[in-house]
Design a protein around this ligand. Structure first.
Ligand SMILES: C[S@@+](CC[C@H](N)C(=O)[O-])C[C@H]1O[C@@H](n2cnc3c(N)ncnc32)[C@H](O)[C@@H]1O
Length: 322
């Protein structure tokens, strides 16, 4: 079916965000959205098939097993929008189930042009599905996708892979409120969330012995070298995954192995690191299944149904806008 890409609207400001995150006092930070350049998106695809990273397989098992049930709970004609689609591989199960009932438009929303192109390639030939991709940040893209709905369309928003876990808890609540604001009553949000689980199962998912997650994390510094002319010595930083029990999240950091100074010309700054200091690059918050329905209620949704994978505790929740 037809495929189109609507180009980017608001350009992410890598230089500004790097300056703000590294040139301030206290904990240095970089936004996780910058992990996904061409190399980062390719590395994430490898992470998602690692034996230690059960999250993607759990998400996919649930979608494969329950796609027909999920789709049967949607009302009328549906337009599908996916936030941060990545390669879109798992989404095939839902689109194929939907296509058995109706022809529909699927709008993947991605800031990574590489991920968006991969998604269009992966899903572009499903009978009865037209793809309109948006190379834009989440809400910007969702507004643009929602503007394409016709009078009788219900929107189905997909936010899979526990990407919501990358937001701090307060930011996740605000994000759901913003998504709800764009939806009409009766529209749906299918939310994939990784659940709290034993650390022996969880931590290796973020620190695999092959070092793929380490490469995914370190690539952020390599990206800053490539795009902002910085001189990070990648061998002088080490990947670290730690569990923050109070916040129920895994944090990824890059630890400086020595005192060093890094110039980042196109961000207009020079950054000093002391030995042992870290850059915080990503958080993955874990939820309890009951947290999700409560969070949905607080933000204008009701939890219609929930499917849970027991092998790798993970929940797929169908939230309906009230
Ligand atoms: C953890 S990956 C998940 C990909 C896929 N949904 C899955 O479940 O495997 C997050 C994806 O969201 C995209 N992303 C991150 N921040 C974004 C933002 N602010 N707006 C749009 N896409 C974003 C990334 O480029 C990446 O492809």
């Amino acid at each position: 079916m037809a495929t189109a890409v609507i180009a980017q609207h608001s350009q992410p400001d890598l230089a500004g965000d790097v300056r703000a995150g590294l040139c301030r006092p206290g904990q240095k930070e970089l936004p996780s959205k910058y992990l996904y350049d061409e190399i980062g998106s390719a590395l994430f695809e490898v992470v998602s098939v690692l034996p230690e990273y059960g999250l993607t397989r759990a998400d996919e098992r649930l979608l494969q097993r329950h796609a027909a049930d999920i789709v049967s709970r949607l009302k009328g004609q549906v337009l599908v929008a996916e936030l941060g689609s990545g390669s879109g591989k798992k989404t095939r199960w839902l689109l194929e189930a939907l296509a058995r009932q109706q022809c529909t438009t699927y709008c993947p929303i991605e800031i990574s042009p590489t991920a968006l192109a991969r998604c269009e390639n992966e899903l572009g030939r499903i009978e009865c599905i037209s793809i309109v991709g948006f190379e834009r940040p989440y809400l910007d893209g969702l507004l643009a996708a929602a503007a394409r709905r016709s009078e009788n369309d219900h929107l189905l928003v997909l936010f899979l892979g526990s990407t919501i876990g990358n937001f701090d808890r307060d930011a996740a609540e605000r994000f759901l409120t913003e998504v709800r604001r764009i939806l009409f009553p009766g529209d749906a949000l299918l939310l994939g969330t990784d659940l709290v689980k034993p650390l022996t199962q969880l931590l290796p998912a973020y620190d695999d012995p092959l070092g793929v997650t380490a490469a995914f994390n370190l690539n952020l510094l390599a990206r800053i070298n490539r795009e902002l002319g910085a001189d990070f010595d990648l061998r002088a930083f080490r990947h670290e995954a730690r569990y923050n029990a109070a916040e129920q999240r895994v944090e990824m950091h890059l630890r400086s192995m020595r005192d060093q100074v890094v110039a980042i010309p196109r961000a207009g700054c020079t950054v000093s690191f002391s030995r042992g200091e870290t850059i915080w690059t990503e958080s993955s918050h874990k939820y309890r299944a009951e947290d999700i329905s409560a969070m949905a209620r607080r933000n204008g949704f009701r939890c219609d149904s929930q499917w849970i994978d027991t092998e790798w505790p993970f929940a797929e929740s169908l939230l309906i806008a009230g």
